[in-house]
Design a protein around this ligand. Structure first.
Ligand code: GLA
Length: 723
């Protein structure tokens, strides 16, 4: 709940396990006081340090021991005695970049307002605090949304131009948090295509630690996530502050420690190549930041993110609904297919429980390789002479739904679209644009380009029975310029994202029954902004079961398992050459929205039988995937073991999956320690034929007979029983 104590001009933002407090200082600045474990509503101003630090500066007109550089600040700005990271940088027409932003009122709303043009988490009670800069006639509103049951604060900012001339935002971050000491480590999710989100821990020190993307997308190189943790924080114990941005474009998250040995964390749209003109009367809205506090380790943080995203971010029409189990033809055929081949794949999985066929790249334009066709969203009649209908009919005849791949943000120079509108691709006149996968990026800052995409995709969706769309995006942005923006070309990347969100909004709302899966060369745009529109995302083009343990482990830090799209593919694996058992591939792909991506017409009979068994098992555990609590029992980056556990909210059912990558003959006893069970209740593990109390399982552990052979997996079900 949100409480304002008028007497001491202090705001308290509270949830079950968390307090966040700040006050209006005597000078009218918003002074941060506390963020952490829930505490009583007391006067906290005693904790503000006043010191006259040499070789610094003071608040104008204030005594020498008053400097914004020493105080915690909810909205730090540049040039007025605080030298640390600012949240906002404004420049007016005269080139003035400094100003005093002082308190100018607040309100507490019962419902959280939407963020114009941006995806955001649904919420209720929201505090809005207004700051005004009199000279520039500018106003900032800081938004804070709290949740009764979750230690979460949602933040964003709106900047309003109330004056008569334009000003430019050279930085407009979404949040700032000041922590009182600097003994922290950073947890981040760096990676690359085929190895996205490999969790990393880095000790923080003096200076500024930044994670960011400059690629126009949130990126597989660095996820828009940062957590700061204590040295002794582990999976289930210790303090964590986790930050995640509901944004799919260039972002920056920064943690800075300066002369006071404190830590300031700020983040939002990356200001590296950003500047935004705010005309008189206009409002600029920043993306939303999600802040999660956990006193129960990284695992506690993840479970909070998962609950938040499942309950308040992902489209409620799909969030808790069983996911389609798909067969996708990409790794089976790539672009080399015929109607007959596709129908043969569909028929081969009849009766296995697979319920959706997804036709991947290659069905449109003149698309026989990846150098042509993108932009031409009509059926390739040379390849599929009777169009999509016979394939859709075949899927329906075999009890399956039909899904289709698109990559609408892109264009190949060898396409009708490019020949008609070469200027629609992002480029600088007189410079040959950089290509990526032989394609160019459409300029989504232009309305007519967005309209074309909405209309061409809608036409296919209107004219065909399509239940599922896989929305791909296979390169990052370059040549950042758009003639219509002229000197404001630094707006391009953000305008691209806004155009993209507008397209998503139109299609997702225009076709409410279609299930959208996101993809960007696999998991290179995996962020909360995408999850607002697309309930699941193809987690990585790397479908190798072993690599997937590490990728899915990192992805689970903030994103619930049901949002990870995971497929069983053929071996030797197409990305790594690795051979893993078919059973292991199934077990690892089950830790998400599962599916298959191999030429099932070539599968031996036993594998088809296994597929059927696997799908049946998956359907039995899918409720845990959709709503269970995740416990990561091991870090696969550190040990020769991957082990994850899901526990139902009522603690009646649980499921454990483990993989031992390298088989060690005559190895040590492998013991795993379940978590999250009810200590007094009895649980049966049918695979072991044993019933023990929850506290016995959690403290004495499960003794595992290590799988024989490399990359072997084991699964255990745990079912509460009466004793
Ligand atoms: C990307 C996707 C793949 C597949 C191909 C098609 O790489 O991640 O799953 O759809 O494009 O070109």
């Amino acid at each position: 709940m949100i409480f304002y104590d008028e007497g001491i001009r202090t705001f308290y933002l509270e949830s079950k396990d968390m307090t966040y407090a700040f006050c209006i200082s005597v000078h009218g600045f918003l002074q941060h006081l506390y963020y952490g474990k829930r505490i009583a509503r007391e006067d906290l101003s005693y904790s503000v340090y006043h010191i006259d630090r040499g070789h610094g500066s003071n608040i104008a007109g204030a005594p020498r021991n008053e400097s914004l550089n020493v105080y915690g600040n909810e909205c730090p700005t540049y040039g007025r005695s605080d030298y640390r990271q600012s949240m906002i940088a404004v420049c007016d027409e005269a080139g003035v970049r400094v100003g005093d932003w002082r308190y100018a009122g607040h309100r507490i709303l019962k419902e959280k307002p939407e963020l114009k043009g941006l995806p955001s988490v649904r919420g209720k009670e929201t505090l809005v605090v207004k700051l005004r800069e009199e000279r520039m006639r500018a106003e900032v509103e800081l938004f804070y949304t709290v949740f009764e049951e979750l230690p979460v604060i949602l933040r964003h900012m709106e900047v309003c131009n109330c004056g008569e001339g334009s000003f430019w935002l050279d930085r407009a971050f979404s949040f700032c948090v000041d922590l009182p000491d600097n003994k922290w480590e950073a947890v981040t999710l760096p990676g690359a295509h085929l190895r996205e989100r490999f969790m990393e821990r880095t000790a923080l020190s003096h200076g500024t630690f930044t994670v960011e993307s400059k690629r126009g997308v949130s990126s597989g190189q660095m996820n828009p996530f940062l957590a700061v943790i204590r040295e002794n924080t582990g999976e289930e114990q210790g303090e964590v502050y986790g930050f995640n941005l509901v944004y799919s474009g260039d972002f920056a998250l920064k943690a800075e420690s300066e002369q006071n040995d404190e830590l300031r964390i700020v983040g939002g749209i990356n200001d590296y190549d950003f500047s935004w003109e705010v005309h008189p009367g206009e409002v600029f809205t920043t993306p939303e930041a999600v802040m999660v506090y956990s006193s129960q380790g990284i695992g506690g943080m993840s479970r909070t993110f998962h609950d938040l995203y499942r309950n308040y971010l992902v489209n409620p029409r799909f969030s808790k609904r069983p996911r389609p189990v798909v067969i996708n033809n990409w790794e089976a055929t790539y672009m080399d297919f015929t109607t007959e081949k596709l129908c043969a794949i569909i028929e081969s999985v009849k009766g296995t429980g697979i319920d959706t066929f997804v036709l991947d790249d290659g069905w449109f334009g003149v698309r026989n390789h990846d150098r042509s066709g993108l932009g031409d969203w009509f059926v390739n009649m040379d390849k599929l002479p009777q169009g999509l209908q016979p394939i859709i009919d075949c899927a329906h005849a075999n009890g399956m739904k039909f899904g289709l791949w698109f990559e609408p943000e892109m264009v190949n120079t060898d396409s009708d679209l490019y020949r008609r509108h070469p200027d629609w691709a992002i480029h600088v006149e007189g410079l040959v644009p950089c290509t990526g996968r032989d394609q160019l990026v459409l300029d989504l800052s232009r309305d007519e380009v967005c309209e074309y995409i909405i209309e061409s995709v809608s036409k296919i969706l209107r004219e065909n029975a399509i239940d599922y769309v896989k929305w791909d995006m296979n390169r990052t942005l370059t040549d950042n310029y758009s003639a219509h923006l002229g000197r404001n070309a630094k707006e391009l990347h953000h305008r691209y994202v806004l155009g993209f969100y507008r397209i998503c909004e139109a299609l997702v709302n225009g076709f409410p029954d279609v299930f959208f899966e996101g993809c960007a060369s696999g998991g290179c745009r995996f962020d909360p902004g995408m999850l607002y529109y697309f309930p699941q995302i193809w987690t990585s083009d790397d479908s190798d079961a072993y690599m997937r343990t590490i990728i899915q482990y990192g992805t689970s830090l903030c994103y619930p398992l049901a949002t990870h799209s995971c497929h069983v593919s053929v071996c030797p694996n197409h990305q790594s050459g690795r051979v893993t058992p078919f059973a292991s591939r199934g077990d690892i792909a089950h830790l998400g929205a599962t599916g298959y991506e191999l030429d099932t017409t070539k599968c031996p009979k036993e594998e088809l039988v296994q597929i059927k068994e696997q799908v049946t098992q998956y359907r039995e555990m899918q409720e845990l995937i959709l709503s269970g609590d995740l416990y990561r029992l091991n870090n696969p980056l550190k040990e020769n073991l991957f082990c994850e556990m899901l526990v139902s909210k009522d603690q009646k059912k649980a499921h454990i999956t483990l993989m031992v990558p390298i088989c060690v003959p005559n190895g040590r006893a492998l013991r795993i320690y379940p978590r999250g069970l009810c200590p007094e209740a009895f649980y049966e593990i049918p695979e072991l034929g044993l019933v023990k109390r929850g506290d016995t399982w959690m403290n004495l552990g499960i003794l595992v007979q290590s799988p024989f052979g490399d990359f072997g997996t084991k699964t255990y079900r745990m079912v509460q029983v009466e004793r």
